[in-house]
Write a protein that binds this ligand. Structure first.
Ligand SMILES: [Zn+2]
Length: 116
């Protein structure tokens, strides 16, 4: 028994198995279960990865902008003694943006790790 790497997901698999236990890639026909060939599958995967990563990066960016916006509002406007509600909203925005950013960064990191 030899260990080969799956042409679709690059995981290590035994050459005795008929299909990849990780991604269901069918070694015998060289096709995945949904009928795409290796190249199409790789391209599709690459594109999906790019889109996913891009969307996460955009979300992280939106988080930063929200955070900065809330913080700047709080810093410049809040100090002029506006109502408590305004103050609350500004801090809320900054906290929301910060938390959103951190969560997105963690998701992005986990995502990158899962991709290898
Ligand atoms: Zn596979």
């Amino acid at each position: 028994m030899a260990i080969i790497s799956c042409p679709s997901c690059k995981e290590r698999v035994s050459n005795k198995s008929k299909s990849c236990p990780h991604c269901d890639f069918d070694f015998e026909s060289g096709k995945s279960t949904d009928g795409l060939n290796e190249e199409q599958l790789a391209n599709q995967e690459k594109l999906a990865n790019l889109k996913k990563r891009y969307s996460l990066q955009m979300q992280a960016m939106a988080g930063i902008i929200l955070f900065l916006f809330g913080f700047i509002m709080w810093y410049f406007v809040g100090k002029q003694g506006l109502s408590k509600l305004t103050h609350f909203i500004e801090i809320g925005l900054a906290v929301l943006g910060g938390v959103w950013y951190i969560i997105t960064r963690i998701r992005l990191m986990a995502y990158k790790r899962s991709q290898k």
